[in-house]
Design a protein. Structure first.
Lengths: 221, 327, 411
């Protein structure tokens, strides 16, 4: 039990301090050069012989799943894939039906996320696009060659109601509450639709585009 | 068997004052020792700033405790809330009255010393429950309830294990038990086997009685914030803390008197032996505390009622049979 | 406890579609009506948090206790809600990264990667091989650091701040410090690195860095045994075995990912199943366990540390030459512009699937909408299902084993 009161910052037993002295690389302006990528890749392929084949298998499996999903959506729901926008736009009244079919028939069992977005009325080339919400949902298959199924539904702003997925996925509870909280989209059949993040007395839905950032809300602001 | 001071009242007064002074001083530096020990276990330094090697830290702590604001919650039962900390300390220290420090030196040579020590140690659950109840805090209440359950349960195997020396020596007086050990065998070795188990069990249950990890479920700060002491501040909290240390030390001393021969030992003077044995046991207590995790309350109860009580019952029976057969 | 065992909650019965028959034997009912509970008169309502030693930040859960047994748990999140998603809508693409560092403050590297990968996908920017290696290395080192922090806090939940738990905590922090030193050496920061940018990394590996990494990893590997020595004893096993069991089906429904999902016996890891960075060149061993309880989660995470150490060594030994970033150093905040498109990109953070749903639009200077998928929020959603039928002590252990980071859950 002898220690030096003058050195309170000394590290334990010296071992940790000796292992990585923070000054070792100080002033070293040079970067670690590395080796040619071909050499590295060859060496890695030797170290992990099964890796590349496994990755290729994942890719092919995922491609097959993607194709199956496209076919399924075209056949049952009559929608075309829309990869640049994350997923196809599905009629809102078939939202629940699609989620259920994906879960029970195609094996998209992992509930990933839901994302609502607000689109104020705007003029487009084809005419007036009224205010609306978009709700994107992501589900995922499990294990080898996992594939994510994304689709979007369009919800009219004056109704702002869509079917809840809580009867299918218990985890949808909080996710939908959050979307309701931040954007004001309501979920039909949700057992406990309260605000999640903000206090219950909060007015407005902050992630709407018409919500001014400096909206006053006593006493929090 | 002459005592150093003939008059029993005077003897009690002098020895009592001496004991309390020594114990409370010891408690202060025991807290220093524990902090240092814990720091070394965790590859830290512990207190270093106040005095050489942080030796004056306990004094700084005491000053701090006195300076802090004394808060009594609005909903609390004021009288009981104030009563609980000194009562806890009183009960912890009162147990020390029957501890034989050296031949002829103990505050009160009661004929029923073992019973007295165990009774006071068992009463400790009461002021802690009072603290938990009077705080008007749910965490404190839960902690108090746990304390009562744990105190009552662990009382039983503790008493049963303490009965083993009583059965072997035929005396309830602590000083007689120590004298027997000095004359014959240390009771940790005698009766062979039974003594060791009784000692380990007694020590374990004493740990539980003094709320040390792994038995500190009443405090359980990751669950109950600080258990019964949640609402206590300043010196009231300090009293609880020193009572806990005092009780641990007294339990260690009790265990060494009951099983390790008390002041008995070669070469060194008797009081030094007593101190050494107590200190050694306390190091073990500290070591266990900073290495183990905490049990759950129901597991704690299961451990007590399913294993400790039957085993200690068997120990008493075994000791009785040993005395009957061997003599 | 008969009434808590009532399987079909009102929610499930009153769904719009035909009610889905539950496939599990028992589901604790998060929507339990306490008036129907037999001992309702004796229930103790305990508000655990937001200021409490073991809520890992500012999580609050209202517990209804029957004695010490939890009948119902109602969690409340949002105490750390900072409006990160709204903030991202106001920031240019290159300015989003440092904000996201503060999300999952235990694994900031992974946050940066998740966001920049989705930007790169929508922009069509290719990341050079060296940057991919560095990113993978950083992610694996971050995983070690994050799991170490978890192990320490979990032990502290079980053993208390004034006991053996703290010892484990101190050991874990001692080793985590080594990783933070490595990051500091590379980026100059210990916590909020801002080292990833669109198209690569800002900071290149300095000369002599591999030796440092090896030194630290050797030390950590050797000291993993110390944790086993401190934790593998009957008390720890009693406290964690059979506590907070999540069956595979519930885990999937709740969207539990990462170690939580793998501890429930589902062999799923994005590093192997949907390789990004250079994970397609590595043979990642996915560690699973069938237990589903706190002990299984502990075992999975501890083995993942060992696995990450192996992968990190492989990566630092095979560093390719080449540029570290494919885009020009940042000249102005409006350098990157995405006018349309949506994408969801996910990576495997230490806590699970960390994803970003990005909607580009408007003038293209900043994200139109950015939704982060925090694994911690999904983990916390399991609380109402896991707490009932356990005692208060177990609740603390379960919460610890879920490894929630409130900065990420609340955003």
């Amino acid at each position: 039990m002898s220690d030096e009161p003058s050195a309170p910052v000394a590290a334990d037993g010296g071992a940790a301090a000796a292992a990585a002295p923070p000054s070792l690389l100080q002033g070293a302006a040079a970067i670690e050069p590395g080796e040619a990528s071909e050499v590295v890749l060859a060496r890695l392929a030797q170290a992990c012989p099964s890796a590349l084949a496994r990755a290729a298998e994942q890719t092919s499996k995922r491609a097959a799943r993607a194709q199956a999903l496209e076919g399924f959506l075209r056949e049952r729901f009559g929608v075309e894939p829309d990869p640049s926008n994350g997923g196809p736009l599905v009629p809102a009244e078939r939202h629940f039906e699609l989620a259920r079919a994906l879960k029970e028939e195609l094996g998209y069992k992992l509930y990933v996320t839901v994302c609502a977005s607000h689109w104020p009325a705007q003029k487009t080339k084809t005419g007036e696009d009224p205010e609306h919400f978009e709700l994107a949902t992501v589900l995922r298959t499990l294990g080898s060659g996992t594939h994510q199924a994304c689709w979007r539904v369009r919800i009219a702003a004056d109704v702002a109601v869509v079917d809840s997925l809580v009867p299918l996925f218990a985890g949808a509870d909080w996710q939908e509450r959050e979307q309701f909280d931040l954007l004001g989209v309501r979920f039909r059949g949700h057992p406990d639709l309260r605000r999640l993040m903000l206090p219950d007395e909060w007015e407005g839905h902050p992630l709407r585009k018409d919500y001014a950032i400096d909206t006053r809300c006593v006493p929090w602001r | 068997m002459g005592h150093l001071i003939a008059n029993a009242w005077l003897r009690g007064l002098v020895h009592g004052a001496l004991l309390i002074t020594v114990l409370m001083t010891a408690v202060a530096w025991i807290s220093w020792f524990e902090r240092k020990f814990a720091a070394r276990v965790q590859s830290r330094l512990g207190p270093t700033m106040v005095g050489p090697a942080g030796l004056l830290q306990p004094i700084a702590d005491a000053f701090k405790m006195f300076q802090k604001e004394d808060i009594i919650p609005r909903g609390a039962d004021s009288l009981l809330f104030r009563l609980a900390p000194p009562l806890t300390l009183f009960l912890s220290l009162a147990t020390a009255a029957v501890l034989p420090i050296m031949p002829g030196m103990l505050a009160s040579d009661l004929d029923i010393g073992v019973l007295y020590a165990l009774a006071f140690s068992g009463l400790l659950a009461f002021p802690i429950w009072v603290a938990g109840w009077s705080s008007a805090n749910k965490y404190a209440l839960l902690g108090g309830m746990r304390m009562v359950a744990q105190g009552i349960s662990y009382e039983i195997p503790m008493v049963l294990c303490a009965l083993v020396p009583v059965v072997v020596t035929g005396s309830l007086s602590l000083s007689e038990i120590v004298k027997y050990q000095a004359a014959h065998h240390w009771l940790v070795f005698w009766p062979p086997g039974i003594g060791v188990i009784a000692f380990v069990l007694f020590f374990t249950t004493a740990l539980a009685e003094s709320n040390r990890i792994p038995f500190d479920i009443p405090e359980a700060e990751s669950e109950l914030v600080a258990g019964p002491t949640t609402e206590y501040t300043a010196i009231r909290f300090g009293l609880f803390a020193s009572a806990e240390y005092a009780h641990s030390v007294v339990s260690c001393a009790l265990a060494s008197a009951l099983f390790l021969g008390g002041w008995d030992g070669p070469v060194l003077p008797p009081s030094v032996w007593m101190l050494l044995k107590t200190a050694a046991l306390f190091v073990i207590v500290t070591w266990v505390r900073w290495s183990l995790l905490r049990l759950r309350s129901d597991q704690l109860m299961a451990l007590c009622w399913k294993y400790l009580v039957p085993v200690s019952l068997a120990l008493v029976l075994g000791a009785g049979a040993w005395v009957y057969v061997v003599g | 406890m008969a009434s808590t065992a009532a399987v079909s909650s009102k929610a499930r019965a009153s769904s719009t579609e035909a009610s889905l028959t539950p496939t599990r034997a028992f589901v604790p009912d998060p929507y339990l009506d306490l008036a129907t509970y037999a001992a309702a008169a004796d229930l103790l309502t305990l508000s655990l948090g937001p200021q409490h030693p073991s809520t890992h930040g500012v999580f609050r859960v209202v517990l209804y206790l029957d004695g010490e047994l939890i009948v119902k748990a109602v969690p409340h999140v949002g105490y750390l809600h900072r409006g990160v998603e709204k903030l991202c809508e106001k920031l240019s693409y290159s300015n989003v990264t440092p904000i996201l560092d503060k999300n999952d403050y235990v694994a900031p590297m992974c946050n940066e990667q998740a966001a920049n990968m989705v930007f790169e996908q929508l922009l069509g920017v290719e990341v050079p091989l060296r940057a991919k290696f560095v990113r993978t290395l950083l992610a694996e080192l971050q995983r070690i650091a994050s799991h170490l922090l978890w192990l320490g806090t979990f032990a502290m939940d079980l053993g208390g701040a004034l006991g053996g738990g703290t010892s484990v905590f101190m050991y874990c922090f001692r080793e985590r410090e080594l990783i933070l030193d490595l990051f500091e050496e590379l980026t100059g920061c210990r916590f909020h690195y801002n080292t990833h940018c669109i198209g690569g990394n800002r900071h290149d590996i300095p000369a002599g860095y591999p030796a440092l990494v090896h030194q630290s990893l050797d030390l950590i590997e050797a000291r993993l045994l110390e944790y086993l020595g401190m934790l593998e004893h009957p008390i720890f096993r009693d406290r964690t075995r059979g506590v907070g069991t999540v069956d595979a089906e519930l885990a999937l429904e709740l969207g539990l990912t990462g170690p939580l999902l793998r501890a429930s016996g589902i062999d799923h890891d994005l590093r192997r199943d949907a390789p990004y960075h250079v994970y397609d060149l590595l043979d990642v061993n996915v560690i699973c366990d069938d237990g589903g309880d706190c002990y299984a989660r502990y075992k999975v995470r501890l083995q993942e540390i060992a696995e990450s150490i192996r992968l990190s060594r492989l990566l630092i030994d095979n560093l390719p030459a080449g540029p570290i970033c494919s885009t020009k150093p940042l000249s102005g905040v409006t350098q990157f512009k995405i006018t349309s498109g949506q994408a969801y990109v996910a990576i495997e953070s230490p806590r699970g699937e960390l994803g970003t749903w990005l909607i580009a639009g408007g003038k293209g200077m900043n994200p139109y909408r950015m939704k982060l998928r925090p694994p911690s929020l999904h983990a916390l959603a399991a609380v109402p299902y896991l707490f009932p039928r356990h005692t208060l002590s177990d609740a603390v252990a379960i919460l610890g084993s879920l490894d929630p980071i409130m900065g990420e859950a609340d955003r």
